[in-house]
Design a protein around this ligand. Sequence first.
Ligand code: GDP
Ligand code: MG
Length: 761
Amino acid sequence: MPATNKNKQNLTIALAGNPNSGKTTLFNRLTGSTQRIGNWPGVTVEKKEGRVRGRKEIELIDLPGVYSLSPYTLEEVVSRDFLVNEEPDAIINIVDASNIERNLYLTTQLLDIGIPVVVALNMMDIVNKRGDIIDVTKLQEKLGCPVVEISATKGFGISTLVGTAFEAAHFGATPHFVRDEKGSEIVHHDEVVPEHRHQETHFERQFSAPVEAAVDEIATIIKGDVPVEHLRWYAIKYFERDTKVLEASPLPADARTRIEAIITRAETKMNDVSTSIITGESYDFISGVVADTVTKKNSGMTISDKIDSIVTSRILGLPIFVLVMFLVYYVSVTTIGTIVTDFTNDTFVGTWIQEPIASWLGGTGMFAWLQSLIVDGIVGGVGAVIGFVPQMLILFLFLALLEDCGYMARIAFLMDRIFRRFGMSGKSFIPLLIGTGCGVPGIMATRTIEQDRDRRMTIMTTTFMPCGAKLPFIALIAGVAFGGAWWVAPSAYFLGIGSVIVSGIILKKTKLFSGDPAPFVMELPAYHFPVPRNVFYSVWERGSAFIKRATTFILLTSIAIWFLSSFGFEGGGFGMVDDLNNSVAANLGNLIAWIFSPLGFGNWKAAIASVLGLAAKEEIVSVMGVLTSISGEALDLVEEGAMSTLNPIMLLFGGGATTLAAAYSFLVFNLLCVPCFAAVSTMASEMKSAKWSWLTVGYQCGWAYAIAFIVYRLWLWIGLSMFSAWTVVALVVLAALLFLLFRPQPKNKEVSTSTPALSKG
Ligand code: GDP
Ligand code: MG
């Protein structure tokens, strides 16, 4: 039923707009919520709900950002289903006014739905700064809906917007059913409730006369079969032969025949297929509207354009990106990061926490085993992980700054050019960017990818990236094993990206994944100084999740590891063991250690760390913390020469000439292998198929194993002149990978179904 019948106490307003138009910023400002703000599409993949501060009767729904309501992507389907089936009382259509032409495409589609629309012209601060002028009154007339100028970040226009949206939601307005004299006969004038007429404006018809006539004719045929408020929208969808709508609301056979005749007639007349007639005319309409309402001050280059001409240039773009990411990882993990982490590990955890607790507990005369559990198990395990928090926060801070100022959006654009050459879309890159924080939202962000095969491929490869939880062991290996060598931490990042690209190329050449890449349309928002609030929330969100896991899951498993490695069979009976190598953990670890022998770390400690790393990647460092604490190696070394408490982990990798190769191979394996439980279950739920989930897990294990193996064996051979039968196997595996990578694209017999382009222009 129309909006007016809704309970006045409870109004639902949907927030719809293109990706990057500022929806989440506005949503957070209105609701006081702290949703993640991102500078690329796909950050908001599911709708979020909140109540407007000070206007609790208004419920606000933040829909995923979409460029259109054509059901090509999951997000478009989510948005469209919500709008058509859940019937919000009004839609706030947030429009990036600095990119108005592209943004209005969605606006025209929203207006067709028949729910009152209020256009929020966002980013007016940028428009004003550029000196451009938008004639709002004229725009309102042309679109037939209220238009409010706002800036979500600067905070102006917000209360006017809320007031206007409230009115629209309360009184309703379905302009398309209240045609002016220029339009043809009003289809449902009588059904339109009086309140709907208050907005009887002189908006222009969107489509040309033959199309409008066809749509109106279809509307008369279907009017009994579809909700009356959305009649025009349905009529247009039937005109476009929209399969989702045809499936959801099947019509009687004779109605379908009549509609088909109407469509064919229009198509013949216009000499084009119906979908492209609609798209084309929508853009013509928008061009007209923009020409009449927007005055650009100068078409010269803005500062943003000038920066882009360098940063996204064909020659310099990639080297600049590599340099930037190199610096980010080098500074946050190796230089500043090491200083703060050494402090937290040695002084904060070691001297300030572990030692006082140990001596205090020693004084209480408590059971020795309990003392050990607390000092070695809990403080050793959780402390080892917590020690990396500062490093991680610094990394997250850099990433948040790069995201918020707009640089990362350029990288997605830049990557699209490179990816496309290999049949992949730049859309596959966005999940990777998000995945450097945490793989779970990274995997969710694949929802922006249209084709299932590209989506699956991206899900399979996204978690190769070094997420926050992988950072501790990367930093540990870089700092402790390699003494802070400059290249180790950045190499993990590029190894991750490299694995994604190489896997992508290899997978694309198989039958399962071949096909044209999805179109990639993305607004590049103007560069701006990072907003402290956004940066803070982004760092906080990523960091707090990490700390939460360290104090719950890691705490529990640290205790478990302590028990497993403190008890075992020794001297003919079960009990606390003197020799760590007799513990239950050692026995379990030895069962699987052989698997890792070819990779150079076939000992039970490294094996247990790697396996537990599948539960949560922080486990790797936590296990090492517990094991080295228990063995007493840590304290001895610390007493000897104030070494880092974690230094004994070097012993895990043999301690001999091959130590570094083994340590790096350990890093490679754990970086690339199957991510944590949380990410795996997200992958499984996004894949919606047991077969694909297993294929993914298998691929990731295989890939990690193969690369670690090749790296280790070639390192031994080239670096240490150690040649063996294993070297030959490694060379064969390498050759096989290179073959898969460079073989020509196999001819595909089946016709590849091309996706309809999202939009023209
Ligand atoms: P969403 O994808 O639509 O949810 O957009 P976000 O809320 O994540 O915002 C995208 C980017 O635009 C962020 O970097 C915001 O800081 C920026 N932004 C949002 N609103 C404004 C605004 O009014 N003015 C300016 N200059 N930037 C804005
Ligand atoms: Mg968003």
